[in-house]
Ligand binder design. Structure first.
Ligand code: FMN
Length: 403
């Protein structure tokens, strides 16, 4: 196994894989069990002040499944922890005593300057390695003026970050919401106010579906539902976009990216993608909820094999490697001379490409032939090189190539 250790905001961690703030980190004893199985660190389920009343609805989860029955997108409207700050402080101390090498991040959500600062002091005094401010929960908490209600307003993000910064002696992360027009603005507000790094993303606000028989929105809670947070594989493209924007914002300020990437990581390949766009650590929630802590074995061996096969000495060497190739649309070449090409060996002559091109493209694909064996024909003069045909081809017989 390659050396998978990473340095994140001054701490060396055995590997970049962290449990995200969520049900898998709701109890100290579970976190320690996860560390035994190989997780490099964990972000505690968000802590709250003892005076904040938390009441969860039941059920609070729903899912979109693919044709094979696997969960592809996941909705929750779970709130922050219901457990007391004193219980948590005790558990932080116990975890750090037993697992000093693992990264323990305390996610917190206050409701006043006093509570933000008191929570920061108590978790750092108990031994938390870092503090992560949850400015991003999209359901329930914004109705109380916290969670995403903070992260959607740069001025409030900056103000609360500076309250926490004033007393925070350990590295300070701000967890951003993707539910904004431009996360670079919120990121800049957090950095200006003294944040050391960014965690991105929290869940994407959603309404996951409607029961066609009852007309009720899902998940149904005694006849009603509410907007929730979308997570799992479906949100990875949004997470990659936000992480790359945040990492780019840091680079533009002359900082090395200090980002913990999260959103739809289900396999080691996803983690590598997050690192390539600027994450140093990666967090996982939904995939652990569905498959358990044991997935860390495959995450670590997959990353190790990937590094070995390419002669890359450390996961740190992946961080941000893709960023130089992300540019504005205006800067993209409009001159590429490309057209669709078909591989007749694998083409099944199903005609899906011709239908797509005829109804949504440039009418460049036709099914020619003697009637019994239709054959794809591409008119390169008409083809605009958009790539739709290659996406609808189930046989992988089409590609967009240079003329
Ligand atoms: C059931 C559930 C509860 C969550 N609770 C929290 C929380 O308390 N604090 C927080 O910052 N994020 C919370 N999250 C968001 C996750 O930490 C993570 O940002 C999000 O789910 C995206 O990652 P994933 O696609 O790996 O699940 C929760 C997510 C889920 C699914």
């Amino acid at each position: 196994m390659a050396d998978l250790s990473v340095q994140f905001l001054g701490k060396t961690i055995p590997n970049p894989f962290l449990l995200a703030s969520a049900p898998p980190t709701a109890f100290g004893e579970n976190i320690m069990r996860a560390f035994d199985q190989g997780w490099g660190g964990a972000v505690l389920k968000t802590l709250k002040p003892d005076g904040m009343v938390i009441e969860d609805a039941r059920p609070r989860f729903a899912a979109v499944k693919d044709a094979g029955g696997n969960v592809y997108g996941f909705e929750n409207f779970e709130l922050v922890t219901k457990r007391s700050l004193s219980d948590w402080v005790h558990e932080i101390a116990e975890i750090k005593k037993r697992y000093p090498e693992n990264l323990l991040v305390a996610s917190i959500m206050g409701d006043s300057r006093g509570t933000w600062q008191e929570m920061t002091r108590r978790v750092q005094d108990a031994g938390a390695d870092m503090v992560e401010c949850n400015f991003s929960c999209p359901h329930g908490m914004p109705e109380k003026g916290v969670g995403m209600a903070i992260g959607q307003v740069p001025e409030i993000t900056g103000e609360i970050t500076s309250w926490v910064r004033d007393v925070c002696k350990v590295p300070l992360l701000i967890k951003l919401t993707p539910n904004v027009a431009d996360p670079r603005v919120t990121c800049a507000a957090a950095l200006d106010a003294g944040a050391d790094g960014i965690t991105a993303i929290n869940t994407v606000q959603c309404l996951i579906g409607v029961d066609l028989e009852t007309f009720k929105p899902k998940p149904v809670v005694e006849g009603y539902s509410s907007y929730g947070g979308y997570s799992g594989k479906a949100i990875k493209p949004i997470g990659l976009r936000v992480v790359s924007q945040v990492a780019g914002t840091m680079q533009a300020r002359g900082m090395a990216p200090a980002v913990s990437g999260v959103g739809g990581i289900a396999a080691w390949e996803d983690a590598v993608e997050y690192m390539l766009v600027g994450s140093t650590t990666v967090q996982v929630c939904t995939e652990v909820m569905l498959k358990g802590y044991g997935i860390v074995g495959k995450l670590a061996s997959g990353l190790s094999n990937y590094l070995d096969a390419r002669g890359i000495g450390s996961p740190m060497d992946l961080v941000g490697r893709t960023l130089p190739w992300i540019t504005s649309h205006e800067a993209l070449s409009k001159e590429s001379a490309v057209a669709a090409r078909v591989d007749y060996e694998s083409c099944t002559s199903c005609g899906a490409c011709a239908t797509a091109c005829s109804d949504s493209g440039y009418g460049a694909i036709s099914m020619n032939g003697d009637g019994s064996t239709p054959r794809v024909h591409i008119n390169e003069q008409r083809c605009d090189g958009c790539g739709l045909c290659a996406l609808v081809c189930r046989a992988g017989a089409l590609a967009v190539c240079s003329h």
